[in-house]
Design a binder for this molecule. Sequence first.
Ligand SMILES: NC(=O)c1ccc[n+]([C@@H]2O[C@H](COP(=O)([O-])OP(=O)(O)OC[C@H]3O[C@@H](n4cnc5c(N)ncnc54)[C@H](OP(=O)(O)O)[C@@H]3O)[C@@H](O)[C@H]2O)c1
Length: 342
Amino acid sequence: MKAVICEQFGLPETLVFKEVPSPIIVSTQVLIRVITAAVNFPDTLIIQNKYQFKPNLPFAPGGEVAGLVLSVGKDVSHIKVGDRVVALCGWGGFAEQVAVEANRVFKIPDTINWQIAASTLYNYGTSYHALKDRGQLQPGQTILILGAAGGVGLAAVELAKKMGAIVIAAASNQEKLAICIKKGADYTINYSTEDLRESIKKITAEKGVDLVYDPIGGVLAEPALRSLAWKGRYLVVGFASGTIPSLPFNLALLKGASVVGVFWGAFTEKEPALSIQNLRELVKMISQGDIQQEIYKLYQLNNASQAIRDLIDRKVIGKAIIQVSEEIEPTLITAIDTALCS
Ligand SMILES: NC(=O)c1ccc[n+]([C@@H]2O[C@H](COP(=O)([O-])OP(=O)(O)OC[C@H]3O[C@@H](n4cnc5c(N)ncnc54)[C@H](OP(=O)(O)O)[C@@H]3O)[C@@H](O)[C@H]2O)c1
């Protein structure tokens, strides 16, 4: 099969597009023919050996895929050959086939197209968990979303709006902010040209925001924390800036505020029932057309390194998607499955 392989740790330009053997599944796994794969922030880190999970070389990056099930291990009961699925594989997704533990594979309805499917779990899963379970966002509350045109940020804009919040989207340029408005943001702040704190004071008539959604960290964290209203919540989502901020604790005391961690991956493992319920609600919202991830660009598999480069360079608005292969007829899949099992 064709795959994009990390043979040595480094920047995206060091990745190699080549022919490699197809994976072989064990009894608890599912073999997926990958149709589309999402490009996520961890892909930028895992190829540089800077991520919390460190696969052995050589490996294909790509942690989130959508595709068709080619075969299932003997201990797998909830997935069958030919199912349309999305999966969180950690890595291995920038390849025509990937083997994934069955508990990380989820069936999707026919109504969700392949591009949207690949961009659902990670972005919306994270942001829905952040807003609903960790932030307890209520209708009428005001939320500041930093990095609002990024993958998780834009999903947060859409979901917060859907949950009845007043949304202030903050990003680094006007093109990004225009997409945030299209997705429902009520107010925007360009933090490259505006003072974040002063703009929030103006928008909220000095009251401050009830929630901050922060996937960036770095220098924006302190002015954002200072902009919380009484009993506000600061959602710590990520550190895309590369800097984990150190913040004065007295600000939490003075505002009766909470700093709340968000770790969606751990949530899916520690609270699987709640996580599945969230995913069901999200699939319903997507199927009804209530929310729909902005697709920045569709890249071919042999150009996956460019997609990762664009994410690193902050060019991507919403989601970059890799078209890994074309869809094939379910009858052909059954034939492949029979061949694999014989
Ligand atoms: N806690 C969790 O469970 C969880 C789950 C998913 C993701 N995350 C984390 O959330 C963060 C964002 O993920 P994402 O998928 O939304 O990434 P993304 O699509 O690349 O968006 C990140 C945004 O951060 C901003 N940014 C500021 N400084 C940056 C820098 N030096 N490099 C890159 N981007 C920078 C960019 O917006 P501007 O150009 O507008 O500033 C960019 O759009 C990552 O740290 C990721 O690991 C955490």
